[in-house]
Design a protein around this ligand. Structure first.
Ligand code: CUA
Length: 323
């Protein structure tokens, strides 16, 4: 009986091990394809092990069940051969899976020399990106098709930049630069998520990634350079204020913070009971030092923003325009 079982198990193992070696020998140029293969391979190995364990288990449960009142089970001392086998085979499988994981991880950490480098700053609740040409965008960014490297940091807490379509994610950590790369192999628009619980606005922390052709990218760069020169203060403020709308709505509904709609020159009740006019001076003071003059009914969770005077004026002009 043991011999038969042993032969069956060895035959099944003989199917798994060569498959592992074939995969382990391959160098993957595209992390996404590599992760997919890796994931499916783990699935197949796991399923085969499940079958090898559970089919005999169910069979033995049936075969050696108690058949009468005074039926006693056989007394089995142990089996050296079997014990060596069920230690050695899993060790071999785990080492092979480990080597493959390591090879793929290495691939994922070594960035191709021609990668398009984008700077990412995550904040509660959004992503700011700076292209190699110095174009700043918020909540949406554009890259040419091909390998893309992201150099990332965070302004406040730990976030995680995740693009499921390219099978990548990496934490963004305040005070530290992290990086990741992916092959943006197909043109299109892809969803970016924050994949680290980072506060009440976490689920709204989204961005769009546009992958375009080289020619379209050059056009995008030109257009944005032109736009930056001809923007009005309100337009500049709107762009800067993209980082505010995770917490401040534009339609009058309250969110983590008060809405920006109709905020300018309104009477606002503060936590200490006093009422202030939200004029230009107050708004500027509040954006620079949000922990002072807390507004009644809202928690003190807004981080301070270090805008230049010019930027601060633009943001206030924008808030003024939201009637
Ligand atoms: Cu940022 Cu979740």
């Amino acid at each position: 009986m043991y011999k038969k079982l042993l032969t069956t198990i060895i035959m099944l193992m003989a199917l798994i091990v060569p498959a592992t070696m074939v995969f382990g020998g391959e160098r993957v140029a595209d992390p996404a394809a590599g992760w997919d293969k890796h994931y499916h391979f783990f699935g197949v190995v796991g399923f085969l092990i499940f079958v090898i364990v559970f089919v005999p288990l169910l069979y033995f449960v049936f075969k050696y069940r108690r058949t009468s009142e005074n039926h006693t089970g056989a007394y089995i001392e142990g089996n050296t051969g079997l014990e060596i086998m069920w230690t050695a085979i899993p060790v071999v499988i785990i080492v092979l899976l480990g080597v493959q994981t390591w090879a793929l991880f290495n691939e994922y950490r070594s960035v191709p020399a021609n990668a398009h480098e984008v700077k990412v700053e995550a904040y509660q609740y959004g992503f700011k990106m700076v292209s190699p040409e110095g174009i700043e965008t918020d909540g949406e960014f554009t890259v040419p098709a091909g390998p893309v490297k992201l150099n990332m940091t965070s302004r406040d807490v730990i976030h995680d930049f995740a693009v499921p379509a390219f099978r990548v994610r990496e934490d963004t950590v305040p005070g530290r630069w992290t990086y990741m790369w992916f092959n943006a192999s197909k043109e299109g628009t892809y969803q970016v998520y924050c994949a680290e619980l980072c506060g009440p606005g976490h689920s709204l922390m989204l961005a769009k990634l546009n992958v375009v052709s080289k020619a379209q990218y050059a056009k995008w760069v030109e257009e944005n350079k032109m736009k930056a020169q001809t923007m009005t203060p309100v337009e500049r403020g709107e762009k800067l204020a993209k980082q505010c709308i995770g917490c401040h709505s534009l339609d009058g509904s309250p969110a983590a913070g008060p809405t920006l709609k109709g905020l300018f020159n309104s009477d606002t009740k503060l936590a200490d009971g006093s009422v202030v006019k939200t004029d230009v001076a107050f708004l500027k003071k509040k954006i620079k030092a949000p922990k002072n003059n807390l507004v009644d009914g809202y928690p003190p969770m807004m981080p301070p923003y270090s805008f230049t005077d010019d930027e601060l004026n633009a943001v206030v002009e924008y808030i003024k325009s939201l009637k």
